[in-house]
Design a protein around this ligand. Structure first.
Ligand code: ATP
Ligand code: MG
Length: 394
């Protein structure tokens, strides 16, 4: 998409900004002073882009842009703000603005915004081509929820290593959802920089389908696709239980394994997610508070008549010098352990490097521990084929 005389509308109360834009693009660009004038202007249908000046690109006024987005969902809306704050970005995203750039306006900034938008559209279109469905694969994928009632027990380490291991099974598609809405760090530990997060999925909820969702996922070099958590804790409020459940349901239609990392909270969101689970990996650390919380969580699940046959206990830091041993843990939790992952300094190093330990130290005991977790889900883990290893980008 490029700027021509009649496909870019400039909107601002300030004649100075309008002149600046006109000079920049050396044309007789259509202009509007208010959003309602802009709505009238786009009714003809020739406009493809709208440049919103600083009198609209601020936290107080940006929400008014919504009507333009509703009028024509395919419009590229670019806001030019005097100051780009995280509050403005959030409100702009909510109102359907595609790009926010900082004043002063330059041709390069607008071109970059257009290029970014075209890229996203292209990605969506490509994703819209349905993947070939083999006749024997009509089944929905498995949903695996990784939970623990105590923070820091190893949910994210387990979820990320499991996800990477599952990509090794031939022909299996794997997605990982970071449902730790406030402090999700899946992208951090996988060294990914998501362009879209669950916030975008929640905003698009009413027209969210498999292909749109696909365009919101972040690619990991292993082939894993990640639905990122919001980038700031404040955005968590934007994500309703319904939107998270929709994301999980759509993913399971397209992926063989959908792993969900969660926060340490037995709240409505987690309980609703559990209803969709084929397997629940309850991660338990070797210390008393962790076992106590796991016990309470399991009791709650039993009270709710949740089928405990779906719950698998994963003991983390299994070799830690704790006062408890396996048998004590099993009898406290009235459940046998399904897998055990030892403690290893390589885990912290791998997290800092952004390369899961099953890749960075595949022969380590801790990697073998994660393999026992993957086996619970998918059977014996295939050897990492030499061609399948992925190169880190940094
Ligand atoms: N088996 C292990 N060996 C060594 N270190 C580990 C192991 N498991 C987890 N850790 C370390 O413990 C810390 C917490 O792990 P992780 O982030 O996976 O926990 P979490 O349950 O996701 O925490 P949160 O509740 O904050 O999301 C990390 O720094 C990680 O490196
Ligand atoms: Mg975590």
């Amino acid at each position: 998409m490029s700027i021509t005389e009649n496909n870019l509308l400039v909107v601002d109360e300030d004649a100075g900004f309008i002149d600046e834009a006109k000079q920049l693009f050396e044309g007789r660009l259509p202009t509007a002073r208010t959003i309602s004038e802009a709505v009238n202007a786009i009714e003809g249908g020739a406009l493809r882009m709208v440049l919103l000046g600083p009198s609209i690109a601020n936290e107080a006024a940006i929400d008014s842009v919504r009507v333009l987005r509703n009028e024509d969902p395919s419009l590229l809306l670019i806001a030019v703000a005097d100051e780009v704050t995280s509050g403005l970005l959030r409100s702009a995203m909510r109102a359907g603005v595609s790009e926010v750039i900082e004043a002063p306006l330059t041709e390069q900034k607008v071109e970059d915004a257009i290029a970014q938008f075209s890229n996203d559209v292209l990605k969506r279109r490509t994703a819209a081509v349905p993947p070939p469905v083999s006749s024997d694969k009509k089944q929905e994928g498995q949903v695996i929820i990784v939970m623990s009632a105590k923070g820091g027990s190893g949910k994210t380490v387990t979820a990320t290593n499991l996800a990477i291991l599952l990509t090794r099974y031939p022909g299996k598609k794997v997605a990982l959802v970071d449902a730790d809405l406030q402090f999700g760090d899946v992208c951090l530990v996988l060294q990914l920089e998501p362009r879209f997060t669950l916030v975008n999925a929640a905003h698009e909820l009413h027209h969210l389908d498999g292909s749109l969702l696909e365009s919101l996922l972040t690619d990991h070099p292993s082939g894993l696709k990640v639905m990122a958590a919001p980038l700031e804790p404040a955005f968590a409020d934007d994500i309703s239980t319904e939107s998270l459940l929709t994301v999980v349901s759509l993913l399971r239609e397209r992926y063989d394994y959908v792993i969900v990392d969660t926060a340490s909270m037995l709240d409505e969101l987690l309980l609703s997610l559990l209803e969709r689970a084929d397997t629940v990996l309850q991660v338990v650390d070797m210390d008393l508070p962790s076992v106590k919380n796991a016990k309470l969580a399991l009791e709650t699940l039993r009270l709710l008549k949740f089928p405990t046959s779906k719950v698998k206990l994963v003991l983390n830091r299994s070799n830690a010098k704790a006062r408890l041993d396996d048998k004590e843990i099993e009898s406290a939790l009235k459940m046998s352990l399904s897998a055990a992952v030892p403690s290893d300094a390589a885990v912290a190093a791998s997290m800092n490097e952004g390369n899961p330990v099953v890749e960075s130290a595949p022969k380590s005991r801790v990697a073998k521990g994660f393999e026992t977790v993957a086996e619970l889900i998918a059977g014996p883990v295939p050897e990492p084929s030499s061609g399948k290893g992925f190169l880190r980008r940094k």
